[in-house]
Design a protein around this ligand. Structure first.
Ligand code: ADP
Ligand code: MG
Length: 680
């Protein structure tokens, strides 16, 4: 039978509809998927170790002769045991199989086998439980080589998966189109596709595996980069009138401080976009307190000088008010007319704002999603900025942008995403990173303590509140709407109110409250009617409560480091020294990173290393593809090279629709299948 990549796995001998369904669970429908089902790990079973040289806790292959008659014993209901001894020239190995009635028939006294398993030491003796084994003469099929371990699902086995992949490779391995153009493959010293697929699945040796993996990781990132370039390019077809240069000196000299280098770079990047003829889509990514608002202010000032309007959208009313107060104070002396628009703006004022926006009297409007409402029309909206962007969906952002004629957009994010990851997650945006804090920031002293220190933590909190300060107590909910969890947080709040914090007002904030209720609680806390606020993570959003000097976090082990870092950024926003106490009884090594540094980027790199990119991707619903092989913590170099290679093709102006690039086009389309045809 002639097969190709789109041949269904059903046509593999031995795979009926039932097993095909199992394969579907692994995301495998056809031969293409099959050869791209990469092992999640490998076991190196190449070396045979003499029994005397075995070491506890490690897996090893042993060549040994069975020295007793192998018999099968029923110990009690449901537990069956097969015990045997195996010897080589150097020693004796005890082997036990549980509930495997077939082994007794397969293993005979006096015959030599290769056993592979984890070694346990029992006194001076070594043991293996349920080892993999094969007869000496079969050495090399399941032992004696580097064996791939595939992701599994019920109803399949490693053997079945491995066999099917063999079939697929034999059937169409020669037809694997090389999606990497030859000159790029040579330049970056990459193995040919056929070699790579063969050796990722059936590695000849460790080096071939490493060469194969390198090529496939590069390919994955290269294909992604090409796709993202296409997405960006489709945006670039919209053109806009370039702005005129502005003397920013007036703005910078009005500031009570000098801008950090990173702020200047972000402003410079953004203005660079405004001066071009293509609408900006830029992510400004910077740690809590890195001064992103000033970048917004500078850009609004720039557009005022160009006669254009700016809208700044933030997720909560309090935040809008805070931004308004700060920016109005800074910008109105410079002739920028600033207005506030939220759900609770009184009707009469709202009407005035609508009118002033429509006739261009307002240069900068700051507000909540009220900005998207129907009555809002701009005279000439040129710049849309969204703050704390993970609170907004892409659709809300574009609804605001739709009020202008392809305005520039800036997205401010307080998640300090490692640059490598940002390039992927926001590959469709340009990125400016503010990786520098204004000088003189004090460190938030962070302590990881056990349950036994709880009382001391409470006393410390009481002291803060007695001094007129405020305290956050953060309780994680796995799911914001898990009512069981929520109940315990409610009980905990009552407990604190009646007990340790009885002299003070304790408030409660969680995701089930409606926006108005949330605002009310937050305001009471900001204004001091409430001194202790028990909250779930909804409090992350950047509200300034300068009096908050202490944060206590319950069950911090449930959170990612970056999230904890962002949470603690809620304290230490005033002139007083701030503290963060993480109370946990579980292992704390990971959390110590927080105690040792205040650098959000370092913390997120660490998070990425320890927990993988899932946490970061979780905060963005984007439909960008996920990765099979590339590992962001260690494949940074490949990522850079793959992006460089993709960019070079675009700079050379290649025609992706030509036959030469058919393989590449095919791969990009498969990867971005949900994004429609991006080559048009
Ligand atoms: P975020 O990036 O978290 O939005 P903000 O813009 O709210 O940070 O800035 C945090 C604080 O730092 C504000 O009080 C702001 O006035 C101050 N700030 C911003 N830039 C500088 C600077 N270059 N030097 C000193 N203080 C600054
Ligand atoms: Mg901010």
């Amino acid at each position: 039978m002639a097969v190709d990549f789109d041949t269904s796995v059903r046509f593999i001998p031995g795979i009926g509809p039932a097993r095909a369904e199992r394969f579907e669970k692994l995301g495998v429908n056809n031969f293409f998927d099959l050869i791209n089902l990469f092992p999640r790990a490998y076991e190196d079973r190449t070396a045979i170790v003499p029994i005397a040289d075995l070491s506890e806790g490690h897996s090893a292959c042993v060549r040994a002769m069975v020295s007793n008659r192998v018999s099968h014993n029923r110990i009690r209901n449901g537990l069956e045991l097969t015990k045997l001894r195996a010897v080589d020239e150097t020693g004796l190995l005890h082997i036990t199989f549980f509930n495997n009635r077939f082994v007794a028939d397969k293993l005979s006294e006096g015959k030599t086998y290769i056993f592979y398993g984890v070694v346990k030491a029992n006194g001076a003796q070594y043991e293996m439980t349920n080892p993999i084994f094969e007869a000496e003469e079969d050495f090399g099929s399941f032992t004696g080589r580097i064996v791939p371990i595939y992701p599994m699902t019920e109803g399949l086995t490693q053997k079945i998966v491995s066999k099917c992949i063999r079939t697929a490779l034999d059937g169409c391995g020669d037809a694997v189109p090389d999606s990497i153009p030859e000159h790029i493959r040579v330049k970056y010293d990459l193995a040919p596709a056929k070699f790579a697929y063969e050796n990722i699945h059936f590695p000849k040796d460790a080096e071939s595996l490493s060469v194969a993996r390198h090529r496939l990781v590069f390919e994955e990132l290269f294909i992604l980069s090409i796709g993202l370039h296409e997405l960006k390019a489709s945006r670039a077809t919209v053109s806009t009138i370039p702005a005129n240069p502005v003397d920013m000196e007036v703005f910078t000299s009005a500031l009570p401080f000098s801008l950090t280098g990173a702020q200047q770079r972000a402003i410079h990047d953004s203005i660079g976009d405004f001066l071009s003829n293509r609408p900006a889509s830029r992510l400004i990514c910077g740690d809590v307190g890195s001064g992103k608002t000033m970048v917004a202010a500078a850009c609004a000032y720039f557009w005022k000088q160009n006669g254009g309007q700016t809208a700044l959208m933030v997720p909560t009313e309090i935040l809008a008010e805070q931004h308004f107060a700060g920016l109005n104070c800074l910008l109105s002396p410079l002739g920028v007319n600033v207005a506030l628009l939220t759900g609770s703006t009184p009707a009469a004022i709202k009407r005035q704002v609508y009118a002033d926006l429509a006739d261009g009297a307002i240069d900068l409007v700051i507000g909540t999603h009220a900005l998207i409402s129907e009555g809002v029309n701009f005279s000439d909206l040129r710049l849309v900025i969204t703050d704390e962007q993970h609170r907004f969906g892409v659709s809300q952002r574009s609804a605001l942008a739709a009020k202008g004629n392809f305005p520039h957009t800036l997205v401010m994010s307080a998640t300090p995403i490692p640059r490598t990851l940002a390039l992927i997650m926001y590959g469709d945006l340009d990125i400016s990173v503010i990786d520098e804090l204004p000088p003189g920031r004090q460190k938030i002293d962070t302590y990881v303590v056990g349950e036994d220190k709880r009382e001391r933590a409470y006393n410390f909190a009481v002291k803060h509140m007695s001094d007129g300060h405020r305290v956050f107590v953060i309780c994680p909910l796995v799911e914001e709407n898990d009512s069981y969890d929520l109940k315990s947080v409610e009980n905990f709040t009552v407990e604190l109110q009646k007990g340790a914090f009885s002299g003070f007002q304790v408030g409660l904030m969680h995701g089930r409250l409606n926006p108005a209720e949330k605002e009310k609680v937050m305001r009471a806390f900001a204004e001091g009617q409430i001194q202790a606020l028990v909250s779930t993570t909804v409090v992350e959003v950047g509200v300034d409560v300068p009096e908050a000097t202490l944060m206590i976090v319950e069950n911090p082990e449930r959170f990612g480091l970056s999230q904890l870092h962002q949470l603690r950024g809620r304290v230490g926003r005033g002139k007083d020294k701030a503290f963060c106490i993480l109370i946990t009884n579980s292992k704390t090594e990971r959390l110590q990173v927080l105690a040792s540094t205040n650098d959000g980027f370092k913390i997120s790199e660490e998070d990425l290393r320890l927990r993988g990119p899932g946490d970061f991707f979780g905060s963005r619903q984007h439909g960008l593809p996920s990765f099979k092989l590339a590992d962001f913590a260690s494949d940074i170099r490949s990522l850079t090279e793959a992006q460089e290679a993709a960019a070079s093709l675009f700079n050379d102006g290649v025609d992706f629709n030509s036959d030469q690039y058919a393989g590449l086009r095919d791969r990009v389309m498969r990867l971005f299948s949900s994004a429609g045809n991006i080559f048009n």
